[in-house]
Design a protein. Structure first.
Length: 293
């Protein structure tokens, strides 16, 4: 499989027209058609139904599209990194994250980036979902990572990375500890800690109230929440990717649909540094399934 074949496939999948896709890729239509036929031969089936006036993805094409897109973006990121490395460029990365996003999610990608530049300067900004939107709007950050940004600005680009569930966290000595699943009725007598720094805290509180369950305490930092749960002063609903000490256990809550989608944000039309572009492609091309659970 060649990268130009993947690029041609993605162009046709987006435009649903072989002629326009060839123009977009700056190749002749026979060359594009031949490359896609070679890709179909390698994958063992048709990727498009060649209909008029528009081509349509087959079932195989629909299944292959996210995988080939991920492959292409990862390869583009690698080429960009190699080019920056050869030029000896000094890299700079400015990222804004909401308080509920664990920086550990980025560490493997930051380590990979760090090996590609002679010098690399990081700047991480923390804030509420509204503040992250403002960091991007004012140019203080090139990229943002949040479960939701409270900003209706039409220049914000959004790329969903993964969706994860919220789970109940209790201390290892708690009566609910050790269970893989908790019933909603089990929570009625508990003091629930509300993570007010989380973008979805109000939605979770509202969902619990619909089942007659009220939060008991409002907490404004993850560290305080963990210490309170360890002291058995309350229990909490936290995202699957939130890191927890060994003294705490987590379990799903049956009947409660509490999930969030973590997304990467950028500003459309604004020039980014080579590092930011490379990180953006890495994050979009990463396989988050194991992390998201």
């Amino acid at each position: 499989m060649e990268m130009h074949q993947v690029r041609y496939f993605l162009a046709v999948a987006q435009l649903l027209n072989f002629t326009r896709a060839a123009e977009e890729c700056n190749v002749t239509q026979p060359s594009l058609t031949r490359a896609i036929k070679q890709l179909e031969a390698e994958l063992g089936g048709d990727l498009f139904r060649r209909e008029r006036p528009a081509a349509q993805l087959t079932e195989l094409g629909q299944r292959m599209h996210p995988l080939l897109k991920q492959c292409f973006e990862a390869a583009a990121g690698a080429r960009l990194l190699a080019s920056s490395f050869r030029s000896g460029e000094v890299g700079a990365l400015r990222v804004a994250l909401t308080h509920s996003i664990d920086l550990a999610l980025l560490i493997p990608h930051l380590n990979q980036i760090r090996r590609q530049f002679n010098r690399l300067e990081f700047r991480f900004l923390r804030g509420s979902n509204r503040e992250v939107g403002e960091f991007l709007k004012k140019g203080e950050a090139e990229l943002g990572i949040a479960a939701d940004i409270d900003e209706a600005w039409d220049r914000l680009d959004v790329w969903p990375l993964f969706t994860e569930s919220f789970e109940l966290v209790v201390g290892d000595g708690h009566r609910l500890a050790g269970r893989s699943s908790i019933e909603l009725d089990d929570l009625r007598s508990e003091q629930l800690l509300s993570r007010t720094f989380c973008e979805h805290s109000h939605r979770i509180s509202a969902s619990l109230r619909e089942h007659g369950i009220e939060h008991g305490h409002e907490i404004s930092s993850e560290r305080d929440l963990i210490e309170l749960v360890e002291a058995d002063i309350g229990v909490a609903m936290v995202p699957h990717t939130s890191p927890l000490p060994e003294k705490l256990t987590r379990a799903a809550v049956a009947g409660l649909d509490a999930r969030r989608t973590v997304s990467l944000y950028g500003v459309a039309g604004r020039q980014r540094t080579a590092v930011a572009n490379a990180v953006m492609r890495m994050l979009r091309g990463a396989d988050w399934r194991e992390i998201a659970g």
